[in-house]
Design a protein around this ligand. Sequence first.
Ligand code: C2E
Ligand code: CA
Ligand code: CA
Ligand code: CA
Length: 275
Amino acid sequence: AKQEGRGRLRFYEARMGAQVRERRSLEHDLRHAVERGELRVVYQPQTRIDTGETVGFEALLRWQHPERGTVPPNLFIPISEETGSILGIGEWVLRETCREAASWEKPLRIAVNVSAVQLHAPGFAELVHEVLVVTGLSPARLELEITETALIRDLPRALATLRRVKAMGVRIAMDDFGTGYSSLSNLRAFPFDKIKIDSSFTRSVDTSEQAATIVRSVLGLGRGLGLPVLAEGVETSAELAFLGAEACHEAQGYLFGRPGPIDGFRHLTTGRALP
Ligand code: C2E
Ligand code: CA
Ligand code: CA
Ligand code: CA
């Protein structure tokens, strides 16, 4: 039995070792991903529920690894936040998306995810300003998506940075509302322009009374604070019908379009009909 235990321990150690090596190798490859051109941005439409018109796009990062194929952001973004490579990656995403959006015929919004590490790094507001100047994108067309978890690291600092960005005319959305560290005082203290309901709630609005209650109360909160609400992860017309009936403003999800290369959405950015 002792022998067996030792064998099992060695097995676990070997597995742990493999996980650590795997992480190190991702960490290492990530450092060069930008310069090697392995990163790309896909876009997902954001739709006004009452009129059905596209009002903007969320930019979502993809990493095309030469051997591993597509690595999902939920896997590599936490690693890049720990190592700090998210600073270079995030700057690349901001430049890339603002340049892209500035070229659109229609003045649609572009929503860009901002990590806690970026938000708290010195010079973030200056970077946003510089990118807007260089690309010529109107500040009102840029929306930064920030999670509550990103704020709590250093609330006063996050507030100061967001106020400076907001003073430029850039919009700020609270991302993943209701997950993680929800604090209603943050909603009031921070200069948000929008609340995004996480897909974990949207998914069940049509089947779970609990999820429906939560979504209704977020919509009530938005109304009370004068903030429009976007529901993410809308996949079915039943979910959309619920949201429409509850006067949710905007929706995003597979029902309207999966995240993809912007070329697949040209009919939305130019306003011309599909060929
Ligand atoms: P998020 O900001 O909550 O983004 C929404 C996620 O839901 C995206 O996953 C999107 O592809 C997915 N999604 C959209 N519609 C549907 C739907 O109808 N059903 C389902 N099941 N999923 C849907 P993705 O692209 O894998 O990104 C995951 C997370 O990675 C994002 O969550 C965001 O937190 C982070 N992320 C992505 N791009 C960036 C980036 O450029 N910078 C930073 N800091 N984080 C990013
Ligand atoms: Ca987001
Ligand atoms: Ca989410
Ligand atoms: Ca559902």
